[in-house]
Design a protein around this ligand. Sequence first.
Ligand SMILES: Cc1cc2nc3c(=O)[nH]c(=O)nc-3n(C[C@H](O)[C@H](O)[C@H](O)COP(=O)(O)O)c2cc1C
Length: 152
Amino acid sequence: MSSDSEEPNLMHCIYASTASIDFSEKDIELLLEKCRKNNAMLGVSGMLLFEGNSFFQILEGEQKTLEALYKKISLDKRHSHISKIIVEPIDDRDFADWSMGLAPLKMKQLATIEGLNDFFQSGQCFTDLDDSRAKKLLNAFKEGQWRSSITE
Ligand SMILES: Cc1cc2nc3c(=O)[nH]c(=O)nc-3n(C[C@H](O)[C@H](O)[C@H](O)COP(=O)(O)O)c2cc1C
């Protein structure tokens, strides 16, 4: 198994946050438009989940670029309670096809992900995820049943 990355210092940063404004579908659309434009320029890819007033975002890219982007996102007043869950090097991008994909899933669907049934059924939100549960969520989109639901 090779650990050589074709892209130097490739990382992913996974965080959750709580919306501090009432995001309409249109607001999310506009936010994604901005994300996609910026991320394409920065060489950042990833995906976003927004449900039950909370966000779960996966960002992939070069370490320094991600650090700067995360800092900028953290300062955005439209969300709060921002908690970094996983930051680690990766060999390859899991979401290379999306400068920022959207996974339009509802709690009911999320609660069918293996290992996360109890978690989502009990009404917990993304900011309550620990790293092991976040990995399960990541895997459901990385290689699991929900990958095909990601839209650009
Ligand atoms: C939940 C959430 C996720 C965001 N994700 C990104 C992102 O992936 N890329 C990005 O450029 N901006 C993202 N933003 C927006 C930034 O906080 C900021 O408003 C934007 O980058 C400013 O872009 P500008 O410097 O081109 O005006 C996000 C904001 C929120 C609330």
